[in-house]
Design a protein around this ligand. Structure first.
Ligand code: TRP
Length: 361
């Protein structure tokens, strides 16, 4: 069986370092591993509209931002198909058919949808499109016969829902769709990178993100203002590493080689943590180190972004070509789906013959 990746992001803002360690970095590694036959990276504008119906300009403005972030992280249009969800009309058609296989109560139990509804104060007025976006996500994944979906932990319920839809579809209409596997980050810190305030998740509305496109100075300011251990007041006090945002970020980003370059008194992160716990290591020193690490990780991304920013027309061409390619693939799957569902009347000569006979006298 072919190995196929599909994943994507909602274009509601620029991508941040949480996206990077949670999924983007992995995608680039998978892309360059050469292990996959096809890779599809989708800008989920239609999904973004499910809770931004009144603000299409926000989505419109952020498609190019997300595309620039993708390219600057190292996604390569020669190896990965970058495309725009709404351009692939077949996805909405698949969603319509799959929605017959999902119950309202099953959707109500989806933990991600539940918490998003709370976050947006939608309780009394949930748009139907938003409520059913897990079904449309199943369409996104299955249209490309994806075997592997690299995403953050919050997407687990979507993948479970997709797998259920696939099983139900195949059971009802015969083997047609492929059941995908989720691929989560293997590092705890990458799984759930907190905002700079130590809050559960980075989010634009909380203003606690570090964006991939942010310049060195702004990143430094944010790092220096990061939440640490509130009880670590004087340098000599013992400090706590768990729940200390600066150390969580180091867990996510640090490599041993950065110590040799920026903090040669320590061989690795374990030694640094040990000193912090013991006392005698100040927050500022650790923050400076984190800033250097982030700068090492982000500066190649910034540099590539600068290059792509010079040729926005090219980026739009990439998206257009990718969307056309994606559409052809999804159209093929839709044909198969309709054949399995026995709603491909005009392609079915047997059906027509049978009905001719039925009425022949
Ligand atoms: N829900 C995803 C997010 O919020 C975006 C997305 C839409 C997606 N369709 C997908 C991710 C299919 C993986 C597979 O980031």
């Amino acid at each position: 069986m072919k190995k196929i990746i599909l994943t994507g992001d909602r274009p509601t803002g620029r991508l941040h370092v949480g996206h990077y360690v949670g999924s983007l970095k992995r995608r680039v590694e998978l892309q360059n591993s050469g292990e996959f036959d096809d890779i599809y990276i989708m800008i989920a504008d239609a999904q973004a509209l499910t809770d931004n119906a009144d603000n299409p300009d926000k989505v419109r403005e952020n498609i190019i931002e997300v595309a620039l972030d993708y390219l600057s992280c190292g996604l390569d249009p020669a190896k990965s198909t970058l495309f725009i969800q709404s351009y692939v009309q077949e996805l909405t058609e698949l969603t319509f058919y799959y929605s017959n296989l999902v119950t309202v109560s099953r959707l109500q139990r989806n933990p991600t949808v539940k918490s998003e509804i709370q976050m947006r104060n939608f309780e009394a007025s949930i748009p139907v499109g938003f409520f059913t976006y897990p079904i449309s996500q199943a369409a996104d994944i299955t249209a490309f016969k994806a075997t592997t979906v690299p995403v953050g932990e919050d997407q687990l319920p979507m993948l479970e829902q997709t797998r259920e839809i696939v099983r139900k579809f195949n059971q009802t209409y015969g083997d047609t769709l492929v059941e995908p596997e989720i691929l989560l980050p293997d590092n705890e810190a990458c799984l759930r990178l907190p905002g700079i305030d130590g809050k559960a998740k980075m989010s634009k509305s909380l203003g606690n993100c570090i964006y991939l496109a942010e310049d060195e100075k702004d990143v430094q300011k944010k790092v220096m203002s990061m939440y640490t251990d509130p009880n670590h007041i004087r340098v000599q006090d013992p400090g706590q590493v768990e729940g200390n945002t600066v150390f969580t970020y180091l867990d996510a980003f640090c490599k041993d080689e950065y110590f040799a370059e920026y903090l040669p008194d320590y061989a690795n992160l374990d030694e640094l943590k040990e000193h912090y716990r013991r006392g005698g290591l100040g927050d500022v020193k650790v923050k400076r180190f984190l800033n250097a690490v982030l700068n090492e990780e982000l500066s190649p991304i910034r540099a590539r972004r600068k290059e792509y920013e010079k040729d926005i027309a090219y980026v739009y061409d990439v998206l257009k070509a990718g969307s056309e390619k994606a559409r052809a693939v999804a159209a093929q799957t839709l044909e198969e789906v309709k054949a399995s569902m026995r709603i491909n009347y005009f392609d079915d000569e047997e059906l027509i013959k049978k009905h001719i006979q039925k009425y022949q006298k």
